[in-house]
Design a protein around this ligand. Structure first.
Ligand code: G3I
Length: 361
């Protein structure tokens, strides 16, 4: 009996803490140690440019510094996992928007935009879907309901969606997924049309890697060309930019690719940039961090220079919570703040690029 009371009191205390943390304005208590370095967000000001980061809900609830730095530095958030199918659509007839709604509230409270990631992917699918043995017609109906329900729920609140994620293999062939096997490549057209129907004002992106000039980016380019020529409602492509995995580390090639995509009338958004240091040049960690900073600065510059690039997004901002840490150890330090939220040379490089941009150099 005593134990039940204790658990109830603990649950109440935790939810109260969560509500207070989510509704407080982190800008009001931004840590003094950042005072000397301008924030990325302040350098963007009111210009129509998204400086974006992936966010996770848990640290937002339990780690106050996370929310403070997030709201100080960025004007756009991209929930890292919370919009994925398994999280918002856990049962066939049940959607759960509680977590994503809280993130939207956080963004609104802090004057931030929200980019939705992602509606159709082969990963992060719920068991009921993977094991359902559905026919083609059933899967089309399930996907239509999913896309329309999620996009409609956030109509006017999510300004851009990664509608389909990672659709091609490295050699340019279609990735073998549940959706491709059951529906065929038409699932891509369908998803864009349903999303557009549900929110005609939202910007719709295909999100993938293939940022430089290679077989995969050539095939992505052909796919984009086909989608445009069939009048599929697509606004652009998200470049994941997980440098060190399958993404490009060549800013000149990335710029050339952005240019040819612009000639199709499409936008490019950097969506998941991170740069692990392990494979970067340099013997010491300081040298590697300098190489990382240089590349962050160059990639940001490439986006700012392109008339069809208005988003520079990173897959998180502190090494404390990067997905890469989980797979490869902390030394990879892929983001622009270290695990103690100290700005790294990469942050300074981005500050300098943005200062130059503001001066019009
Ligand atoms: O939240 C659950 C937790 O409750 C559970 O106890 C635990 C047990 O494994 O899993 C937790 O969920 C994990 C989730 O990350 C949150 O940490 C999932 O297992 C794990 O699969 C998931 O990984 C994410 C991955 O996508 C798959 O969805 C990564 O955080 C996320 O960074 C990664 O992001 C992808 C982009 O969506 C697409 N591009 C590549 C990028 C990196 O892989």
């Amino acid at each position: 009996m005593k134990r039940n009371w204790f658990l109830a009191a603990l649950a109440f205390f935790l939810s109260l803490t969560a509500v207070i943390l989510l509704s407080s304005n982190p800008l009001a208590s931004a840590p003094g140690k950042f005072a000397s370095s301008p924030s990325l967000r302040s350098l963007i000001g009111n210009r129509p440019f998204h400086i974006a980061t992936a966010v996770k809900e848990k640290p937002l609830l339990y780690d106050p510094m996370y929310g403070q730095v997030l709201a100080r530095e960025f004007n756009t958030i991209m929930p890292e996992n919370e919009f994925k199918f398994e999280n918002v659509h856990p049962e066939r007839d049940k959607y759960d928007f509680s977590t994503t709604d809280r993130l939207i509230t956080f963004a609104r409270t802090n004057g931030m935009h929200v980019r939705g990631h992602t509606l159709v992917w082969f990963h992060a699918l719920p068991r009921w879907l993977l094991e359902g043995n559905f026919s083609r017609d059933e899967l089309i109906a399930i996907l239509e309901d999913h896309v329309k329900t999620v996009v409609r729920h956030y109509r006017g609140q999510v300004y851009a969606w990664d509608v389909v994620n990672e659709v091609l293999n490295a050699d340019g062939s279609y990735r073998d997924t549940l959706w491709l096997r059951a529906i065929g490549p038409d699932y891509i057209d369908m998803a864009f049309r349903w999303a557009h129907e549900a929110d005609p004002k939202a910007l719709l992106f295909l999100n993938d890697y293939g940022e430089g000039l290679n077989a995969k980016s050539d095939n992505l380019y052909s796919l984009l060309h086909d989608l445009v020529s069939r009048s599929v409602p697509i606004n652009g492509i998200g470049f994941q930019m997980h440098v060190g995995f399958l993404s490009s580390d060549n800013p000149q090639e990335v710029a050339a690719n952005i240019k040819r995509i612009g000639d199709l009338g499409l936008e490019v958004a950097f969506t998941e940039t991170d740069i692990p240091i392990a494979k970067l040049p340099g013997k010491t960690k300081a040298e590697k961090l300098a190489a990382q900073a240089k590349l962050y600065g160059e990639l940001l510059q490439v986006c700012l220079d392109a008339p069809n690039c208005h988003t520079f997004g990173m897959w998180g901002f502190t090494d404390r919570y990067s997905w890469i840490k989980k797979f490869q150890g902390q030394d990879n330090a892929p983001l622009i703040f270290d695990a103690q939220y100290r700005p790294k040379p990469a942050h300074q490089a981005m500050v300098e690029v943005l200062q130059k941009w503001r001066r019009g150099d």
